[in-house]
Design a protein around this ligand. Structure first.
Ligand SMILES: NC(=O)c1ccc[n+]([C@@H]2O[C@H](COP(=O)([O-])OP(=O)(O)OC[C@H]3O[C@@H](n4cnc5c(N)ncnc54)[C@H](O)[C@@H]3O)[C@@H](O)[C@H]2O)c1
Length: 314
């Protein structure tokens, strides 16, 4: 039986350890276990995190091996090689498929009860590979997808409109990567459509050119951060905390996680991000909203890109 608030993090690098740091402060987990091929790194990270426990709600943090997974409620996979400067997420694919397969072997021999959140890039492709290897219901294995990209989108729109990002509702869907799609038709601020909000409330233009620039900025954010500091980990850890909370607290939250499309938006047999209700089972339901023609075409193009990569995997 899974322990309700036991979280195993596979990969104790930048993202894995920052995610642990994030959830130790939010009372989300009762136990956090860091598993890494580099055992010393995992031990060091666990030790460092434990030294902050005096300042947080009670939680047990340790490094461990794969046997810890047997009773985990949530497994977050951040293990793998990361993007080198200038390298696209998709170029990472073959290296990380191999790592993903070896990790899934360890997981499926020990449990079938946890929800798995894939973070390692290319996240959509690896979510698909993990689902194929597991034989579990597809909704139980999801990718962090474009939850981070949607947060970046909301942040940039909040700056554009001078309003709290939490009042901006906007989604990035499709690939977590170069072919991702900004969904303007679903974008609103406090229930007011973006165009109307800009024209009547914040009195700022929102031309097609400005819109394209905002989506480009979202899409290229990771490249800029990686060029400047080598890796991205704060934003993604906050996004992961949000996903973990939806799962562990059974929140039925709408999040753009990477999931297996099964006829949604006319797509099938591909993992990519769509707005979906997330709870303790993983995916409860995909929200099949109506998109503009251009958005739907772009989403289908994104799906084709991902399918093309999956077909090339050895
Ligand atoms: N999906 C997203 O939004 C998002 C955002 C940021 C980073 N990422 C991805 O997350 C991954 C991790 O990034 P990072 O910056 O933490 O990298 P990192 O190099 O700091 O950490 C990766 C860790 O994985 C470990 N590892 C490698 N092979 C392993 C294996 N077989 N078993 C267990 N552990 C193994 C390494 O020892 C290392 O500690 C990358 O693929 C990166 O592209 C995804």
């Amino acid at each position: 039986m899974p322990k309700p608030r036991k979280v195993c993090i596979i990969g104790a690098g930048n993202v894995g350890s920052t995610f642990a740091y994030t959830i130790m402060q939010s009372a989300l987990a009762r136990e956090i276990v860091l598993i890494d091929v580099d055992r010393e790194r995992a031990e060091g990270e666990a030790m460092d995190l434990n030294h902050g426990l005096f300042f947080t709600p009670p939680v047990t943090i340790r490094s461990g091996d794969y046997d810890e997974i047997a009773d985990a409620a949530l497994i977050v996979i951040t293990a793998g090689a990361k993007q080198n400067p200038g390298e696209s997420r998709l170029e990472l694919v073959q290296r990380n498929v191999k790592i993903c397969r070896s990790i899934m072997d360890e997981i499926v021999s020990r449990t079938s009860d946890a929800v798995i959140v894939m973070v390692t890039n290319p996240v959509d492709v690896l979510t698909y590979v993990a689902q194929e290897m597991s034989g579990w219901p597809h909704g139980q294995i999801i990718g962090s997808g474009t939850v981070l990209d949607s947060a970046r989108f909301r942040y940039l729109l909040s700056v554009h409109c001078h309003v709290d990002a939490r009042n901006v509702h906007a989604y990035i869907i499709g690939e977590h990567g170069d072919s991702e799609v900004g969904v303007w038709s679903m974008t609103h601020i406090a229930g007011v459509q973006m165009n109307d909000y800009c024209e009547h409330i914040c009195k700022r233009t929102c031309t097609d050119e400005e819109r394209n620039q905002i989506v480009e900025q979202v899409r290229d954010s990771a490249y800029h951060v990686i060029e400047s500091k080598g890796a991205t980990y704060y934003g993604v850890s906050m996004a992961l905390e949000r996903i973990a909370s939806a799962i562990l607290r059974d929140e039925n939250s709408v999040l753009t996680v990477s999931l297996r499309a099964d006829g949604h938006y006319g797509l099938r047999d591909v993992c990519l991000s769509l707005p979906a209700i997330v709870n303790h089972t993983g995916i409860e339901q995909v929200i099949d909203a109506s998109l503009s023609r251009a958005e739907r075409d772009a989403l289908h193009k994104s799906a084709e890109t991902l399918k093309g990569i999956v077909e090339k995997i050895e």
